[in-house]
Design a protein around this ligand. Structure first.
Ligand code: CTP
Length: 408
């Protein structure tokens, strides 16, 4: 899993302040530990009223820092050294009171002292009543914190501890984890590069209820978008209708038809360093889309189809006009003569790289989580990969892409 690559051997300090949502931070810590991070938890006195230190200790396998404990262990753990060695500090939940203190540089407890000494990025997950969140004092504090580079996730709208509903609910552990993931990715080699990824299948309208589609699930493209984002890239994901969740921090453009995908891709590549076309774009569309539902008749039905534009070929053909675009990667979905067809597409579409994708087997290609591909570069050199998770394949492809766009 790509998240492990980012979190492995990273030191994450999790500060917990006194809010009812502190119980959710337990799940967050568990996710961080599972991803390979070393997690040091600091609880304020108020936080201890909500969750006991032992819960965090059992999950993180490390001593939890509380006021009492810290005094005893100061020489070993050292609040200042913890802040210095951390790769990331997360404060979740961050109450209005703690956020106000953080804004003004107060250090009257272990958590705030650590935050003040912290040289790494800080991520806060505010949690409070709607009135407190909307209060101009909190708004001003948040503005100051953001101006200073503090990262903020949430709060979400929803059910609050008081029974009311509104803004102020702490973000879910998954979202906080993903925000942390995005922050860590900024140190990765593709930071500052923009990559456009297309994914999923397009739909060509026949009438108001029918379309011509294909079996692409979007999984390979989404895995590529996630892998590129984990390497720090600014990713634009242009996709046909899918059931997948958009990777956190990735710009997502939903389209339906091949023509819509073409417009979105052409626009996005204007400011991109690379394009990876994973999408299964329709090669044909009905000449006209019927305005009303086509009624069934006794006789058969023929559809008149016309060719759509080949987006990849169009981008590659016009690339001399775009000096920023350094890599154009394509996929070849094949059911026979895999390498021959893929090589032909690589040359005909003037690509830098093609991923030959065997879509004939049940464990490879459309809809499944695994894939079997051969990577072919513009010199014709082929690298056949065994059956692998799409996520793993995505990481290998992004590593190859980095070789094209990163100055050596
Ligand atoms: N592609 C594209 N625009 C199209 C059709 C395909 O950009 N109208 C891209 C796909 O995203 C993929 C590559 O071209 O990266 C190859 O797509 P594929 O479906 O394998 O091949 P086709 O070029 O459509 O040829 P064929 O259907 O004959 O295999």
């Amino acid at each position: 899993m790509a998240a492990e690559r980012l979190f492995k051997d990273k030191s994450v300090v999790v500060g917990v302040t006194g809010g009812i949502s502190a119980y959710k931070t337990v799940t967050l810590c568990s996710r961080l530990v599972k991803a390979g991070a070393t997690v040091d938890v600091i609880l304020t006195d108020a936080a201890e009223e909500f969750v006991r230190p032992l819960t965090f200790q059992a999950l993180t396998h490390r001593p939890v820092i509380t006021e009492m404990f810290s005094l005893l262990q100061e020489t070993e753990i050292g609040h200042v050294s913890l802040g210095k060695k951390a790769d990331l500090m997360i404060i979740a939940p961050a109450t209005a009171n703690s956020l106000a203190k953080l804004t003004h540089g107060l250090a009257d407890n272990m958590l705030l002292t650590t935050a003040l000494a912290c040289r790494s990025p800080i991520l806060v997950a505010p949690a409070m009543e709607t009135g407190m969140w909307e209060n101009s004092a909190t708004c001003a504090n948040m503005k100051t914190l953001e101006e200073r580079g503090v990262n903020v996730v949430g709060p979400a709208d929803g059910h609050l501890a008081s029974g009311a509903s509104g803004a102020g609910r702490m973000s879910e552990p998954d979202e906080i984890f993903n925000a942390a993931r995005k922050i860590l990715s900024r140190r990765e080699p593709l930071n500052g590069f923009r990559i456009v990824v297309s994914a999923g299948g397009t739909r060509e309208v026949i009438d108001p209820v029918r379309f011509i589609g294909n079996r692409s699930s979007g999984k390979m493209g989404y895995a590529l978008a996630q892998a590129a984002s984990d390497r720090g890239a600014d990713v634009v994901l242009i996709h046909g209708p899918t059931a997948l969740q958009n990777p956190y921090g990735v710009r997502d453009v939903g389209v339906e038809s091949a023509e819509q995908m073409r417009s979105a891709v052409l626009k996005a590549v204007e400011s991109a360093d690379a394009l990876i076309m994973t999408a299964a774009v329709a090669d044909y569309r009905p000449v006209t889309a019927a305005k009303q539902k086509i009624k069934k008749r006794e006789s058969g039905l023929s559809l008149d189809l016309v060719r759509t534009t080949d987006i990849l070929a169009e981008v590659a053909e016009n690339r001399t006009e775009n000096i920023r675009l350094k890599a154009v990667f394509g996929f070849a979905a094949e059911t026979e003569s895999l390498l021959a067809h893929a090589r032909e597409k690589l040359t005909r579409k003037q690509l830098d790289f093609i991923v030959a994708n065997d879509v004939s087997a049940s464990d490879s290609g459309f809809s499944v989580d695994t894939n079997r591909v051969t990577l072919i570069d513009s010199a014709g050199e082929a690298n056949e990969l065994p059956l692998m998770q799409k996520q793993e394949i995505a990481e290998i492809i992004i590593d190859r892409l980095a070789g094209f766009i990163k100055p050596q």
